[in-house]
Design a binder for this molecule. Structure first.
Ligand SMILES: Cc1cc2nc3c(=O)[nH]c(=O)nc-3n(C[C@H](O)[C@H](O)[C@H](O)COP(=O)(O)OP(=O)(O)OC[C@H]3O[C@@H](n4cnc5c(N)ncnc54)[C@H](O)[C@@H]3O)c2cc1C
Length: 466
């Protein structure tokens, strides 16, 4: 007799594992199937966590080389890449094991293997020894995430032509790297290798980097990255990538039709990700996909088939771990008869470069496009005392507020710890704050977050320190 569950989750990433824990907390008999061998999905294994670890370690390396300028003379700084990678792996293992512990603590049954629908309430699990187990379920949540895509006829070998996964585990520091695509993943990984000594060239089809980001911020971001030594080739299209004995030859054309070619050791393709819907047998059970091959869901995350739900990267919306987690909690609560909800207007986005870039809500371009009347407040970190004291004065905070009601519509920042400071704006916006609410809130001195207060003051042209 096959084992029976009230809910089975396919995929143990931030969407799936969080959903499983919340369901178990709500007293629902839950199982989670994960094919990778470790829990935590893309985020913990080959995404957010290893990339942030390398970003942090490479930044420390960069800073250590410059310490003597600040009067700290600690001897010659040398890179031990193997050890750095071991440190990254340690962070990943600690966290993935931590989720296994949370599953045990919350009594979530964990199946290691690949899940596939046999019918709408029967799931087959094939483990790595090809042994099949069938389980029965009343409801299923698909949270199978996404995987990197390349350009037509350019295949990843994860040695020379790499996705972010390969770029997180290079064994030697490449001399020259071409990053195709100037989205946040390409820029984060480009920053890591640039700091470790690689000559990095970013090739981008559009005329700006980080599509979708507030344009003023993205311009400042590119200026800062250029100063750090990263080379940008905008409005430039990849024609072909040919692998050589060692490395690759990348041929591109720019907007004037000029050919620009690169002889490089590594090509990092970071042109996007696609939903992971293959091998689930979705067609056979009638689960519909949209035009981008994502699982179609209604406002309650239910697919075209009753009692089958989907969340995270495999459905529409930004491919972000915290969006997947919010959806995981919301769907668990909906399944339990509560009123789970995700506020898609207030999902922060962070790029973990140095300085960090963070944004939430509407960009100025979006407000213009929707003919919304708005006010802008800005404050530069050059006038922030903490930034001055730490000599980290690049960047600024920008707050957009409704012209009439003063309600905050968006916040965008580039600067030290922007990724932490955006949480203040998330809470403010969730509570429907006006820029005046933020301006009248006492912020500790000296902190970077005083720049947020000053930007809010600046919405009504009363910033004190500028
Ligand atoms: C380099 C990189 C850096 C990133 N950095 C950030 C960041 O800083 N912040 C952020 O918010 N987001 C970041 N992301 C994005 C983030 O990782 C994803 O948005 C997030 O992991 C999506 O969660 P998910 O649960 O939907 O899917 P995933 O994390 O992709 O998890 C899905 C899981 O399902 C498993 N699976 C698939 N099919 C099956 C099957 N048939 N049976 C069983 N298991 C299956 C997969 O093995 C996978 O483990 C980054 C991504 C990358 C690649």
């Amino acid at each position: 007799m096959s084992e029976k569950f009230q809910v089975v989750i396919i995929g143990g990433g931030p969407g799936g594992y969080v959903c499983a824990i919340r369901l178990a907390q709500l007293g629902i008999k839950t199982a989670c199937i994960e094919s990778r061998g470790t829990l935590g999905g893309t985020c913990l294994n080959i995404g957010c966590i290893p990339s942030k670890s390398l970003l942090n370690l490479s930044e420390s390396f960069q800073k250590a080389k410059e310490l003597s300028k600040l009067g700290i003379e600690a001897g010659k700084v040398k890179l031990n890449l193997k050890k750095m990678m071991q440190n990254k792996d340690k962070a990943v293992t600690g966290l993935t094991k931590g989720i296994e512990f949370l599953f045990k603590k919350n009594k979530v049954t964990y199946f290691q293997g690949t899940g596939r629908f046999k019918s709408s309430n029967q799931i087959s699990i094939t483990d790595n020894k090809k042994k099949e187990t069938i389980i029965e379920t009343e409801k299923t949540v698909i949270s199978t995430g996404s995987e990197p895509v390349s350009l037509p006829s350019i295949e990843f070998d994860e040695k020379i032509i790499v996705s972010s996964t390969g770029a997180l585990s290079l064994k030697i520091v490449p001399k020259k790297m071409v990053v195709v695509g100037a989205g946040y993943i390409g820029l984060e990984m480009g920053s890591v290798w640039s700091r470790l000594g690689t000559e990095v060239h970013v090739v981008e089809f559009l005329d700006h980097i980080t599509p979708g980001m507030d344009r003023e911020i993205s311009k400042e971001f590119m200026k800062i990255l250029k100063k750090q030594g990263i080379n940008f080739h905008l409005q430039t299209k990849v024609k072909s990538i040919k692998k050589k004995n060692k490395g690759a030859f990348v041929s591109t054309t720019n907007k004037d039709g000029k050919n620009i070619n690169f002889d490089c050791d590594i090509v990092l393709m970071s042109v996007g990700r696609k939903p992971n819907t293959k091998n689930l047998n979705l067609e056979a059970i009638g689960v519909s996909l949209d035009d981008k091959k994502r699982v179609k869901t209604d406002k309650n995350f239910e697919t075209s088939i009753k009692n089958i739900y989907a969340i995270g990267d495999v459905i529409k919306g930004p491919m972000l771990a915290h969006k997947a987690e919010e959806e995981g909690i919301a769907v668990a609560e909906i399944i339990a008869g509560q009123s789970g909800h995700v506020n898609y207007d207030i999902i922060p986005g962070v790029v973990y470069t140095s300085p960090e870039v963070a944004s939430i809500g509407k960009t100025e371009e979006q407000l213009k496009e929707s003919n919304k009347k708005y006010k802008v407040g800005k404050f530069s970190f050059t006038a922030n005392s903490r930034a001055k004291a730490l000599d980290e004065t690049e960047g600024f905070v920008k707050i957009l507020a409704d012209e009439k009601t003063d309600k905050v519509l968006g916040a965008h920042m580039i600067g030290p710890h922007a990724g932490e400071m955006i949480a203040e704006m998330a809470i403010a916006m969730e509570f429907g704050a006006s820029s005046e609410d933020i301006a009248r809130t006492c912020h500790a001195h000296p902190t970077f977050s005083e720049a947020v207060k000053e930007a809010a003051l600046s919405v009504d042209k009363r910033a004190i320190h500028s």
